[in-house]
Design a protein around this ligand. Structure first.
Ligand code: HEC
Ligand code: HEC
Length: 351
């Protein structure tokens, strides 16, 4: 009887310990977040969150990494140094962006939003998955200039990162794969779908007469490449921007096909008002100059020019202004001022 009691007590203790352990393990299990596809939008070509379950903890970890300059070699450059929150995550007013050791990129940093719909990344489409994309800036000597071992060493030393990785991925451990997944949870969640254009589409507001006329002009001259609702068809085209001082041949760099010479990814026109300068090299400083390029700047006899631009675009000054009003209607300040995506109060902006 005594022995039985002992066994019972022992079993009881074991049971309580197991229960406690489970409780601790599940103290705050990662909370799944639903990635909502805006009404009327196509489904993303692949679901980037199938193998990388989107959770609140994963998103928050990705956000912390995105704003953390310690990810770079000299501790000066974060993802957010080049992808600035208030400029729809592009580099504001700089054609090229600052990397470590006073280096510069040789392309203009694209705005980051609606990445879940992208079929390829970078101006030449040289990267095909959001989770591997971040390796490029982390390792590039003219961006963050680090090594994977270097980044991981710094993260592992930091107890708050050790906790955040565990919160996001349940088990202990900081690995490059987890870091890339967390970054992709943050960048892949950047959704911009609430501009005046979207509100008009949802029937919440009406366009002004000028915006409406601009919309029609856009449909006539621009929608073949900057296609609704994402305002890009994800293709690579030549829109008449010539060879720059870096001899950047664009898509051809990646495919080695001469027919891809000077073709670049069609960028989205969403939030374009907030992300000057423009084009792959930031060679056009103002949005009005972009319209001037399409109106008068293109050599329509060029053999490599995209067929859709071979016919000269005629716009009166008034029509140019109407088109501009339409482009401004693509600005989504509820995205660029969304605190959920913005830096924490204590974040000090460098560069
Ligand atoms: C020094 C500036 C710089 C830093 C730092 C930087 N980027 Fe970028 N980013 C760029 C440039 C420039 C490009 C365009 C590269 C190209 O086309 O070759 C780019 C492209 C991208 C793209 C592809 C966007 C598209 O539309 O194709 C993503 C996503 C991105 N960066 C995320 C990040 C993340 C995440 C980090 C941090 C780990 C980061 N970037 C750090 C400058 C930077
Ligand atoms: C034949 C396809 C095509 C057509 C038509 C076209 N674009 Fe573009 N657009 C592009 C490509 C490609 C780029 C990027 C070129 C580069 O980076 O060198 C671009 C870049 C831009 C940019 C710069 C965006 C940024 O983030 O840098 C703006 C703004 C723009 N186009 C507006 C327009 C407007 C307005 C029209 C209609 C008048 C138009 N586009 C018609 C293909 C096209």
């Amino acid at each position: 009887m005594k022995r039985n009691l002992k066994i019972l007590i022992l079993a009881g203790i074991l049971f309580i310990c197991l229960g406690m352990n489970l409780l601790i393990e599940n103290a705050s299990p990662p909370q799944p977040i639903e990635f909502k596809i805006p009404k009327g939008w196509p489904k993303p070509p692949t679901d980037i969150f199938v193998k990388n379950k989107l959770t609140e903890q994963g998103f928050q970890l990705g956000k912390k990494l995105f704003y953390d300059a310690r990810l770079s070699k000299d501790g000066e450059i974060s993802c957010a140094s080049c992808h600035q929150y208030f400029a729809a995550f592009s580099t504001f007013e700089h054609d090229l962006s600052h990397g470590v050791n006073n280096s510069f990129t040789n392309r203009n940093a694209p705005a980051l939003f609606n990445l879940a719909w992208k079929t390829s990344f970078h101006w030449d489409g040289g990267v095909n998955h959001i989770e591997v994309q971040a390796l490029n800036p982390l390792l590039a000597p003219n961006e963050m200039g680090e090594t994977l071992e270097g980044v991981l060493r710094k993260l592992k030393k930091d107890s708050s990162y050790r906790r955040l990785f565990k919160d996001a991925f349940v088990t202990e451990g900081i690995s490059s794969q987890r870091m890339l997944k967390a970054l992709a949870q943050f960048t892949g969640s950047l959704l911009s779908a609430n501009s005046r254009y979207d509100k008009m589409k949802r029937g919440e507001i009406q366009f002004t007469a000028a915006e409406q006329k601009g919309y029609a002009l856009y449909q006539l001259h621009c929608s073949g490449c900057h296609t609704e609702p994402l305002f890009t068809d994800e293709s690579f085209r030549n829109n008449g921007i010539g060879l720059n001082r870096f001899k950047d041949v664009g898509r051809m760099d990646f495919t080695h096909l001469s027919s891809d010479s000077l073709k670049f990814k069609v960028p989205s026109l969403r939030n374009v008002q907030l992300s000057p300068p423009y084009m792959h090299d930031g060679s056009i400083g103002y949005i009005t100059k972009v319209l001037e390029h399409y109106r008068t700047g293109i050599d329509t006899t060029s053999a490599i020019l995209d067929p859709l631009l071979k016919k000269k675009i005629h716009l009166t000054d008034r029509q140019r202004d109407e088109l501009l009003y339409f482009l401004f209607a693509l600005t989504d300040t509820s995205f660029t001022k969304n605190k959920r995506f913005g830096p924490d109060e204590k974040y000090i902006f460098k560069h």
